[in-house]
Ligand binder design. Structure first.
Ligand SMILES: N[C@@H](CCC(=O)N[C@@H](CS)C(=O)NCC(=O)O)C(=O)O
Length: 289
Protein backbone atom coordinates (compact mmCIF):
# COMPACT_ATOMS: atom_id res chain seq x y z
CA UNK A 1 0.00 0.00 0.00
CA UNK A 2 1.36 3.46 -0.89
CA UNK A 3 2.34 5.61 2.08
CA UNK A 4 0.53 8.68 0.70
CA UNK A 5 -2.84 7.43 1.93
CA UNK A 6 -5.57 9.97 2.42
CA UNK A 7 -7.64 10.40 5.55
CA UNK A 8 -10.98 11.88 4.48
CA UNK A 9 -12.04 14.94 6.50
CA UNK A 10 -15.44 14.86 8.20
CA UNK A 11 -16.97 16.93 5.38
CA UNK A 12 -15.73 16.81 1.78
CA UNK A 13 -15.20 20.09 -0.05
CA UNK A 14 -14.67 20.65 -3.76
CA UNK A 15 -11.15 21.46 -4.95
CA UNK A 16 -11.44 22.86 -8.50
CA UNK A 17 -7.69 22.35 -9.05
CA UNK A 18 -8.03 18.62 -8.57
CA UNK A 19 -9.79 17.69 -11.80
CA UNK A 20 -6.77 16.88 -13.96
CA UNK A 21 -7.66 17.11 -17.64
CA UNK A 22 -11.29 17.64 -16.58
CA UNK A 23 -10.57 20.47 -14.12
CA UNK A 24 -12.27 23.02 -16.33
CA UNK A 25 -15.51 21.09 -16.72
CA UNK A 26 -16.15 19.00 -13.62
CA UNK A 27 -18.07 20.49 -10.70
CA UNK A 28 -20.21 18.85 -8.02
CA UNK A 29 -23.33 20.69 -9.18
CA UNK A 30 -25.83 20.22 -12.01
CA UNK A 31 -27.72 22.66 -14.19
CA UNK A 32 -27.10 25.20 -16.95
CA UNK A 33 -24.11 27.53 -16.65
CA UNK A 34 -25.07 29.84 -19.51
CA UNK A 35 -28.01 30.74 -21.77
CA UNK A 36 -27.43 29.03 -25.08
CA UNK A 37 -30.09 27.76 -27.47
CA UNK A 38 -29.44 24.64 -29.55
CA UNK A 39 -29.57 24.73 -33.36
CA UNK A 40 -32.44 22.80 -34.97
CA UNK A 41 -32.32 21.22 -38.44
CA UNK A 42 -35.04 19.98 -40.76
CA UNK A 43 -35.06 16.25 -39.98
CA UNK A 44 -37.39 14.39 -37.58
CA UNK A 45 -34.49 13.62 -35.23
CA UNK A 46 -32.10 16.18 -33.76
CA UNK A 47 -29.04 14.64 -32.16
CA UNK A 48 -26.65 16.65 -29.98
CA UNK A 49 -23.55 14.57 -29.47
CA UNK A 50 -19.84 13.92 -29.93
CA UNK A 51 -18.01 10.97 -31.53
CA UNK A 52 -17.10 9.30 -28.23
CA UNK A 53 -18.09 5.67 -27.52
CA UNK A 54 -21.38 6.80 -25.95
CA UNK A 55 -22.05 9.23 -28.79
CA UNK A 56 -21.38 6.87 -31.69
CA UNK A 57 -23.77 4.28 -30.30
CA UNK A 58 -26.55 6.56 -31.53
CA UNK A 59 -25.03 7.57 -34.87
CA UNK A 60 -24.33 3.90 -35.67
CA UNK A 61 -27.99 3.15 -34.85
CA UNK A 62 -29.25 5.93 -37.15
CA UNK A 63 -26.96 4.74 -39.95
CA UNK A 64 -28.18 1.15 -39.43
CA UNK A 65 -31.80 2.33 -39.66
CA UNK A 66 -31.12 4.34 -42.83
CA UNK A 67 -29.15 1.44 -44.33
CA UNK A 68 -32.12 -0.84 -43.64
CA UNK A 69 -34.37 1.52 -45.61
CA UNK A 70 -36.10 3.47 -42.80
CA UNK A 71 -36.00 6.84 -44.54
CA UNK A 72 -38.01 8.38 -41.66
CA UNK A 73 -34.91 7.95 -39.50
CA UNK A 74 -33.17 10.95 -41.10
CA UNK A 75 -31.30 12.96 -38.53
CA UNK A 76 -29.31 16.12 -37.98
CA UNK A 77 -26.26 15.51 -35.79
CA UNK A 78 -24.86 18.59 -34.06
CA UNK A 79 -21.49 18.57 -32.35
CA UNK A 80 -21.37 19.24 -28.62
CA UNK A 81 -17.80 20.08 -27.65
CA UNK A 82 -17.69 18.78 -24.11
CA UNK A 83 -14.22 20.19 -23.40
CA UNK A 84 -15.60 23.64 -24.27
CA UNK A 85 -18.53 23.16 -21.89
CA UNK A 86 -21.28 23.02 -24.55
CA UNK A 87 -23.11 20.45 -22.41
CA UNK A 88 -23.82 23.16 -19.82
CA UNK A 89 -25.69 25.49 -22.19
CA UNK A 90 -29.35 26.00 -21.25
CA UNK A 91 -30.69 24.38 -24.44
CA UNK A 92 -28.64 21.24 -23.92
CA UNK A 93 -29.53 20.99 -20.23
CA UNK A 94 -33.22 21.17 -21.16
CA UNK A 95 -32.68 18.04 -23.24
CA UNK A 96 -30.42 16.33 -20.73
CA UNK A 97 -30.39 17.51 -17.11
CA UNK A 98 -27.34 15.27 -16.63
CA UNK A 99 -25.25 17.42 -19.07
CA UNK A 100 -23.73 14.51 -20.95
CA UNK A 101 -23.81 13.58 -24.60
CA UNK A 102 -25.70 12.05 -26.36
CA UNK A 103 -29.07 13.82 -26.17
CA UNK A 104 -31.85 13.43 -28.71
CA UNK A 105 -34.92 15.43 -29.57
CA UNK A 106 -37.60 13.40 -31.33
CA UNK A 107 -39.54 15.83 -33.51
CA UNK A 108 -41.19 13.14 -35.63
CA UNK A 109 -44.64 13.73 -34.09
CA UNK A 110 -46.75 16.80 -33.28
CA UNK A 111 -45.02 17.38 -29.91
CA UNK A 112 -41.22 17.19 -29.76
CA UNK A 113 -39.80 15.35 -26.78
CA UNK A 114 -36.38 14.56 -25.37
CA UNK A 115 -34.59 11.25 -24.85
CA UNK A 116 -31.30 11.15 -22.96
CA UNK A 117 -28.93 8.34 -21.93
CA UNK A 118 -27.46 6.38 -24.84
CA UNK A 119 -29.20 3.13 -23.83
CA UNK A 120 -32.60 4.83 -23.67
CA UNK A 121 -32.01 6.42 -27.08
CA UNK A 122 -31.09 3.05 -28.60
CA UNK A 123 -34.23 1.46 -27.13
CA UNK A 124 -36.42 4.34 -28.25
CA UNK A 125 -35.21 4.16 -31.85
CA UNK A 126 -35.28 0.35 -31.93
CA UNK A 127 -38.88 0.29 -30.70
CA UNK A 128 -40.01 3.10 -32.93
CA UNK A 129 -38.70 1.41 -36.09
CA UNK A 130 -39.01 -2.18 -34.84
CA UNK A 131 -35.40 -2.82 -35.71
CA UNK A 132 -32.47 -4.48 -33.86
CA UNK A 133 -34.52 -5.23 -30.71
CA UNK A 134 -36.38 -8.57 -30.75
CA UNK A 135 -40.07 -8.29 -29.96
CA UNK A 136 -40.54 -11.66 -28.28
CA UNK A 137 -39.00 -13.17 -25.18
CA UNK A 138 -36.57 -14.69 -24.42
CA UNK A 139 -34.70 -12.91 -27.24
CA UNK A 140 -35.95 -9.48 -26.11
CA UNK A 141 -34.98 -10.07 -22.48
CA UNK A 142 -31.55 -11.28 -23.57
CA UNK A 143 -30.99 -8.16 -25.70
CA UNK A 144 -32.09 -5.76 -22.95
CA UNK A 145 -29.99 -7.62 -20.39
CA UNK A 146 -26.83 -7.21 -22.46
CA UNK A 147 -27.71 -3.59 -23.20
CA UNK A 148 -28.03 -2.82 -19.49
CA UNK A 149 -24.88 -4.84 -18.78
CA UNK A 150 -23.04 -2.47 -21.07
CA UNK A 151 -24.63 0.64 -19.58
CA UNK A 152 -23.65 -0.57 -16.11
CA UNK A 153 -20.11 -1.46 -17.09
CA UNK A 154 -19.12 1.73 -18.96
CA UNK A 155 -18.44 3.76 -15.79
CA UNK A 156 -15.96 1.12 -14.56
CA UNK A 157 -14.16 1.02 -17.89
CA UNK A 158 -14.27 4.77 -18.62
CA UNK A 159 -14.65 6.60 -15.33
CA UNK A 160 -12.62 3.94 -13.52
CA UNK A 161 -9.93 2.37 -15.68
CA UNK A 162 -9.70 5.09 -18.37
CA UNK A 163 -9.64 7.85 -15.79
CA UNK A 164 -7.04 6.44 -13.43
CA UNK A 165 -4.82 4.81 -16.10
CA UNK A 166 -4.94 7.56 -18.71
CA UNK A 167 -6.40 10.89 -17.57
CA UNK A 168 -5.52 11.23 -13.88
CA UNK A 169 -2.71 13.75 -13.29
CA UNK A 170 -0.96 11.18 -11.05
CA UNK A 171 -0.94 7.38 -11.24
CA UNK A 172 -1.97 5.41 -8.19
CA UNK A 173 -1.61 1.64 -8.08
CA UNK A 174 -4.74 0.91 -6.05
CA UNK A 175 -7.39 2.31 -8.43
CA UNK A 176 -5.48 1.16 -11.53
CA UNK A 177 -5.32 -2.39 -10.14
CA UNK A 178 -8.94 -2.30 -9.13
CA UNK A 179 -10.30 -1.07 -12.47
CA UNK A 180 -7.87 -3.10 -14.60
CA UNK A 181 -9.19 -6.20 -12.90
CA UNK A 182 -12.78 -5.11 -13.47
CA UNK A 183 -12.18 -4.17 -17.13
CA UNK A 184 -10.53 -7.53 -17.81
CA UNK A 185 -13.36 -9.31 -16.03
CA UNK A 186 -15.88 -7.51 -18.25
CA UNK A 187 -13.93 -8.48 -21.37
CA UNK A 188 -13.98 -12.06 -20.13
CA UNK A 189 -17.76 -11.92 -19.62
CA UNK A 190 -18.18 -10.80 -23.24
CA UNK A 191 -15.57 -13.26 -24.50
CA UNK A 192 -17.24 -16.25 -22.85
CA UNK A 193 -20.63 -15.23 -24.22
CA UNK A 194 -19.21 -14.66 -27.72
CA UNK A 195 -17.64 -18.13 -27.61
CA UNK A 196 -21.22 -19.44 -27.52
CA UNK A 197 -23.10 -17.00 -29.74
CA UNK A 198 -22.28 -14.95 -32.83
CA UNK A 199 -23.55 -11.73 -31.24
CA UNK A 200 -24.02 -10.81 -27.59
CA UNK A 201 -27.71 -11.60 -27.37
CA UNK A 202 -27.68 -14.59 -29.72
CA UNK A 203 -27.29 -15.17 -33.45
CA UNK A 204 -28.69 -11.76 -34.45
CA UNK A 205 -27.08 -8.34 -34.32
CA UNK A 206 -28.97 -6.06 -31.88
CA UNK A 207 -28.71 -2.72 -30.09
CA UNK A 208 -26.81 -4.56 -27.33
CA UNK A 209 -23.99 -5.17 -29.82
CA UNK A 210 -23.96 -1.53 -30.90
CA UNK A 211 -23.69 -0.37 -27.29
CA UNK A 212 -20.91 -2.76 -26.29
CA UNK A 213 -18.99 -2.55 -29.58
CA UNK A 214 -18.22 1.15 -29.30
CA UNK A 215 -16.49 0.64 -25.95
CA UNK A 216 -14.94 -2.82 -26.26
CA UNK A 217 -13.99 -2.27 -29.91
CA UNK A 218 -12.06 0.94 -29.30
CA UNK A 219 -10.16 -0.64 -26.44
CA UNK A 220 -9.52 -3.92 -28.26
CA UNK A 221 -8.13 -2.12 -31.32
CA UNK A 222 -5.81 -0.06 -29.11
CA UNK A 223 -7.63 3.17 -29.89
CA UNK A 224 -8.49 4.17 -26.33
CA UNK A 225 -6.49 5.26 -23.31
CA UNK A 226 -2.93 5.17 -24.69
CA UNK A 227 -1.30 1.76 -24.31
CA UNK A 228 -4.33 0.21 -22.61
CA UNK A 229 -4.77 -2.69 -25.07
CA UNK A 230 -1.25 -3.89 -24.36
CA UNK A 231 -1.44 -3.12 -20.64
CA UNK A 232 -4.59 -5.22 -20.30
CA UNK A 233 -3.46 -7.96 -22.77
CA UNK A 234 -6.72 -7.55 -24.67
CA UNK A 235 -5.59 -9.72 -27.61
CA UNK A 236 -6.31 -12.67 -25.27
CA UNK A 237 -10.02 -12.14 -25.86
CA UNK A 238 -10.23 -13.82 -29.25
CA UNK A 239 -14.01 -14.08 -29.41
CA UNK A 240 -14.31 -10.37 -28.67
CA UNK A 241 -11.79 -9.78 -31.47
CA UNK A 242 -13.83 -11.85 -33.93
CA UNK A 243 -17.01 -9.95 -33.01
CA UNK A 244 -15.31 -6.51 -33.18
CA UNK A 245 -13.98 -7.42 -36.65
CA UNK A 246 -17.44 -8.44 -37.82
CA UNK A 247 -19.05 -5.19 -36.69
CA UNK A 248 -16.11 -3.12 -37.98
CA UNK A 249 -16.99 -4.35 -41.46
CA UNK A 250 -20.59 -3.06 -41.33
CA UNK A 251 -20.89 0.10 -43.50
CA UNK A 252 -23.32 1.65 -41.00
CA UNK A 253 -20.83 1.18 -38.16
CA UNK A 254 -18.10 2.79 -40.26
CA UNK A 255 -20.27 5.77 -41.11
CA UNK A 256 -21.65 6.16 -37.59
CA UNK A 257 -18.16 6.35 -36.13
CA UNK A 258 -17.33 9.32 -38.36
CA UNK A 259 -20.18 11.53 -37.18
CA UNK A 260 -19.57 14.42 -34.77
CA UNK A 261 -15.90 13.75 -35.09
CA UNK A 262 -13.15 16.23 -35.90
CA UNK A 263 -11.59 13.52 -38.02
CA UNK A 264 -14.82 12.92 -39.93
CA UNK A 265 -17.98 15.04 -40.05
CA UNK A 266 -18.31 17.64 -37.31
CA UNK A 267 -22.00 17.83 -38.23
CA UNK A 268 -24.13 15.46 -40.27
CA UNK A 269 -27.29 16.63 -42.02
CA UNK A 270 -27.57 14.29 -45.01
CA UNK A 271 -26.22 11.02 -46.37
CA UNK A 272 -24.40 13.08 -48.98
CA UNK A 273 -22.22 14.60 -46.25
CA UNK A 274 -20.22 11.36 -46.20
CA UNK A 275 -19.30 11.90 -49.87
CA UNK A 276 -17.16 14.84 -48.78
CA UNK A 277 -14.85 12.54 -46.78
CA UNK A 278 -11.74 10.80 -48.10
CA UNK A 279 -12.62 7.27 -49.26
CA UNK A 280 -10.08 5.60 -46.99
CA UNK A 281 -11.90 6.95 -43.95
CA UNK A 282 -15.14 5.23 -44.98
CA UNK A 283 -13.42 2.05 -46.09
CA UNK A 284 -11.11 1.76 -43.14
CA UNK A 285 -11.57 2.01 -39.45
CA UNK A 286 -11.90 5.46 -38.01
CA UNK A 287 -10.26 6.36 -34.77
CA UNK A 288 -12.62 7.95 -32.26
CA UNK A 289 -13.05 11.69 -32.00
N1 LIG B 1 -24.68 7.14 -19.13
C1 LIG B 1 -24.48 8.16 -20.12
C2 LIG B 1 -23.04 8.59 -20.10
C3 LIG B 1 -22.76 9.69 -21.09
C4 LIG B 1 -21.38 10.27 -20.92
O1 LIG B 1 -20.64 9.94 -19.96
N2 LIG B 1 -21.01 11.17 -21.83
C5 LIG B 1 -19.72 11.84 -21.74
C6 LIG B 1 -18.95 11.67 -23.05
S1 LIG B 1 -18.72 9.98 -23.46
C7 LIG B 1 -19.92 13.33 -21.52
O2 LIG B 1 -20.81 13.93 -22.10
N3 LIG B 1 -19.10 13.94 -20.67
C8 LIG B 1 -19.15 15.34 -20.42
C9 LIG B 1 -19.05 15.68 -18.96
O3 LIG B 1 -18.84 14.77 -18.15
O4 LIG B 1 -19.15 16.85 -18.64
C10 LIG B 1 -24.88 7.62 -21.49
O5 LIG B 1 -24.62 6.45 -21.76
O6 LIG B 1 -25.49 8.37 -22.27
Amino acid sequence: MADDTYTPPAVWTFDPENGGQFAGINRPTAGAREEKALPVGEHPFQLYSLGTPNGVKVTIMFEELLEAGFSDAEYDAWMIKIFNGDQFGSGFVELNPNSKIPALEDRSGPTPFRVFESGAILMHLAEKFDHLLPKENPARAECLSWLMWQMGSAPSIGGGFGHFYNYAPVHYKYPIDRYSMETKRLFDVADQQLAKTRFLAGEDYTIADIAAYTWLGNLYRGEAYGEAAKFLSLQEYENVGRWVGEIDSRPAARRGKLVNSQKGLEERHSAADFDTLPKELLEGISKGF
